[in-house]
Design a protein around this ligand. Sequence first.
Ligand code: ADP
Length: 256
Amino acid sequence: MAESTPLVRIEGLHKSYGHLDVLKGIDLNVQQGQKISLIGPSGSGKTTLLRCINYLEEPTRGSIYIDNELIGQRQVGTRKVPMGDKDLARMRAEIGMVFQRFNLFPHLSVLENIILGPLKVQQRDRAEAIEQAEDLLKKVGMLAKRDAYPDQLSGGQQQRIAIARALAMRPKLMLFDEATSALDPELVGEVLAVMRKLAEEGMTMIIVTHEMRFAESVSDQVIFMADGNIVEQGPPQQIFRDSQVERTRAFICAVK
Ligand code: ADP
């Protein structure tokens, strides 16, 4: 069977900061419903790749299409020009991102944090946004904290709220950038459990993580990056257990 159009299509992506080439030609397709983990040594370009996908970073060269639409740019003849702010906001709303730091608004309650985007960015109805927020709070096991403020919550609880907040925009795609790296070890599991549930429900996810066991059990594909390149891509079994690539094996061996 022919593969359907990928939800994310990355072609020849390069990103440089001055003379530092951080991404050196990334090609990647992500199909609807796929879970992809990005692993690799610190500084290999994983975060930069994620940030290019929702155009928090502007690619130096190459193209990223979300659902067949070029993100951040418009094609005018043979040239690409920046996309208008409104179009970019519309496309970004379809891509949820969860960061290492939770970035909740400290002066807003849990519920207010979650409904802010739906109300302000998507102009949705308040009663509907609240109803959805409560459903999402149930999903992440946080309904009891609906009216709490972020500083009254543990890091794990804040991160679960950050996930609910991203989901409130009804994204097509979720990006996780080391979502558990800033957490105390005993709080990591509750966040991974929420991510696993989301994966089981069919969400398309790209996950930068150091949690190798989680990556192995949840991903359809694992990508090992080093020095701004994809060194190897394959099913978890291939990358974690049967890799024939010396660089991958050395990395897996060092982190296991
Ligand atoms: P990883 O997520 O794999 O640890 P990053 O994508 O964070 O890697 O970083 C890759 C490289 O790009 C690093 O050398 C980092 O210092 C550099 N880098 C990232 N962001 C910037 C920036 N805004 N300006 C300059 N260099 C950056």
